[in-house]
Design a protein around this ligand. Structure first.
Ligand code: PSU
Ligand code: MN
Length: 312
């Protein structure tokens, strides 16, 4: 009996938006943006307004935004306004991480990409910088639930520099930093020693590394490659002073949201969206305004780093 040969890999269905295609041809700086924050991280219509404002912030800072999502089995790198709006209003959109990405594309499905999945798509599209709100990490109670996001693992293996306002304060931040260290992910605070906690500038923890200059961050990214190390780096950019919610105000509300999640048996992928939604209500919308401000701030830093990278 003849052994059948394995099939050759399928071509990757990557579709570039016009603006991104032009930037690629010119070697212009590009900043990737995720879509789970649109579908699962913020309510409509603020989700779409924020996504557009974030794209504009990248442009104003001199780079081209590339919002990434899977639509009808294709990876879109750069969404036009109509697609962005449709995604922001759609219900029941899948949340895609490393584990679900290939299956969704193979089935011709539609889904929003998390930090991990956006990193994978960005890397395939040749984009080295990605700005978002906060990465996923080790959830509180992970010693029981084993709930650890795929995001830290992705940072360990995919060469994309991710700009975030630290990790969401709904997580167990000391454990998140431990996991990042174990995985060999550089965690670099921008402009301060403290590791920021998303809605707050300080978490009470020190970041392992600090840099004050986007050019240095770009150099560190290139140096990892020169060393033959896979993976990217996490740039922890603190929320602007004017927009922060002090951690003392948030702590009891996070504890409340967490208790509700446990009581209602919320698990797996549903945990992060549930907590963000509850905090939105518990802070009377303040968590959302802070979230919007920090994403814009990260978009501007992402653009500065992308520009420094293209200068070589
Ligand atoms: N940051 C936000 N809102 C979000 C997320 C991050 O401000 O919705 C998303 C990101 O896409 C991140 C994901 O990758 O939450 C983490 O989900 P999980 O904990 O299930 O891995
Ligand atoms: Mn999880």
């Amino acid at each position: 009996m003849t052994q059948s040969q394995p099939l050759p890999p399928l071509p990757l269905p990557l579709r570039f938006g016009e603006e991104v295609a032009a930037a690629r041809a010119d070697n212009a700086p590009i900043v990737a943006l995720e879509s789970t924050i649109i579908t699962h991280g913020m309510p409509w219509p603020q989700n779409v307004e924020t996504a557009q404002a974030v794209e504009d912030a990248v442009r104003e800072a001199g780079a081209v935004p590339a919002t990434i999502a899977v639509l009808a089995g294709e990876i879109h790198v750069g969404l036009d306004d109509a697609r962005l709006r449709a995604l922001g209003q759609a219900r029941g959109v899948a949340k895609l991480s490393r584990a679900d990405l290939a299956a969704c594309i193979a089935q011709g499905g539609t889904g929003a990409t998390t930090v991990a999945a956006t990193m994978i798509c960005a890397a395939r599209a040749g984009i080295a910088v990605f700005a978002t709100g906060g990465i996923g990490g080790v959830h509180r109670g992970a010693e029981e639930s084993f709930d650890i996001s795929a995001d830290p693992h992705e940072l360990a293996q995919t060469a994309v520099t991710v700009v975030a306002a630290g990790a969401k304060a709904i997580l167990d931040l000391p454990k998140t930093l431990e996991v990042l260290e174990t995985l060999g992910v550089p965690v670099i605070s921008f402009g301060q020693d403290a590791f920021p906690a998303f809605w707050s500038r300080e978490s009470g923890l020190r970041a392992p590394l600090r840099m004050d200059d986007p050019a240095m961050i770009a150099a560190a990214h290139h140096m990892r490659a020169a060393l033959g190390l896979p993976g990217g780096q996490l740039i922890a950019n603190p929320i602007p002073v004017a927009d922060e919610i002090p951690s003392a105000d948030l702590a009891p509300l996070i504890a409340m949201a967490q208790a509700e999640a446990s009581a209602q048996g919320i698990m797996g992928k549903a945990v992060t969206p549930f907590l963000l939604d509850r905090l939105f209500s518990l802070t009377k919308g303040r968590s959302l305004s802070a979230n919007i401000a920090l994403v814009l701030n990260n978009a501007r830093l992402g653009a500065a780093i992308a520009k420094a990278m293209t200068k070589g």
